[in-house]
Ligand binder design. Structure first.
Ligand code: B12
Length: 218
């Protein structure tokens, strides 16, 4: 039987990394990686967050679950068929102060699945370091994530700084805070707001060029 998010969350909390991985491999026999991320792992981790908020589980439990989820995301990626390179580059990061990164890893994985070259720079990256790396590597796209509403102003600052770069990268912002916020307050012109992985997949498949500057979340 195909595993549900709640059962997977319970395996994470029990520290059952091998059983969790087996369940995920079985899921992948009949589902895509995108479905794994969006329909199974994300709801499982959101449940972990709810239980943590309600004091049903401890911080240590949540750390254990996160570590196993992180492992599962990495291990599942090894099971994916390599895509043909399309000579496009994306840099993926979280702004300074942002510690949540599982979503960013999933975003990186989806870009790779579509043949992109990916530099995953992780969470909590200071702006100067991000700019320096972008100037050297010159990505076509810079994708950023925020899980907490109070990180949205930082995304705006980063977006504005990236838009000053002379090679004119496209900027994509996403993440839990972006999906639930009134984005008009922080969105800068030319920034794509992508609310979830299915929307990102649509954008990757339709292959819109930078000039389009369309907010596909509308
Ligand atoms: C694990 C976790 C942590 C871990 C993170 C470790 C890690 N390796 O990432 C740690 C312990 C560090 C942590 C810390 C904190 N956390 Co926390 N955390 C979580 C938890 C349980 C899971 C996060 C996660 O991995 N989710 C799964 C991923 C896959 O979901 P996601 O990030 O939303 O990503 C998906 C989409 O949003 C999208 N996406 C994400 N990024 C992008 C980017 C682009 C470009 C696109 C297109 C799409 C996209 O794709 C992903 C796949 O579906 C969440 C619960 C939750 N609801 O998420 C709380 C949660 C986010 N945390 C919360 C809080 C409060 C905190 C702290 C402030 C707690 C504290 N007092 O210290 C700190 C803040 C740390 C910081 N400075 O950033 C709250 C936020 C509440 C709120 N009102 O905003 C939550 C919701 C828990 C809760 N229910 O209360 N946390």
């Amino acid at each position: 039987m195909i595993i549900q998010a709640r059962e997977l969350a319970e395996l994470f909390l029990a520290g059952e990394d091998e059983k969790a991985m087996d369940a995920v491999l079985e899921y992948l026999e009949s589902h895509s990686h995108n479905e794994l991320y969006h329909d199974l792992l994300t709801p499982a981790m959101y449940l972990i967050g709810d239980w943590w908020q309600e004091n049903i589980i401890s911080v240590a439990d949540e750390h254990l679950a996160t570590a196993i989820c992180d492992f599962v995301v990495s291990a599942a990626e090894l099971k994916r068929k390599p895509a043909h390179g399309i000579q496009r580059k994306v840099m993926v990061l979280g702004p300074e102060g942002e510690d949540h990164y599982i979503g960013l890893k999933m975003v990186s994985s989806l870009f790779k699945e579509h043949g992109w070259q990916v530099q995953y720079l992780g969470p909590n990256l200071p702006l100067d370091a991000a700019l320096d790396s972008a100037r050297r590597w010159q990505p076509d796209v810079i994708a950023m994530s925020a899980a907490l509403a109070y990180r949205l102003p930082a995304l705006k600052v980063y977006s504005e700084a990236f838009q000053e770069l002379d090679f004119n990268p496209s900027i994509i912002i996403g993440g839990r805070a972006v999906a639930s916020a009134d984005i008009s307050k922080i969105r800068t012109e030319g920034t794509l707001v992508v609310k979830d992985l299915p929307q990102l997949k649509t954008w990757l498949q339709t292959g819109k060029e930078k000039e389009d500057d369309l907010d596909i979340s509308i």
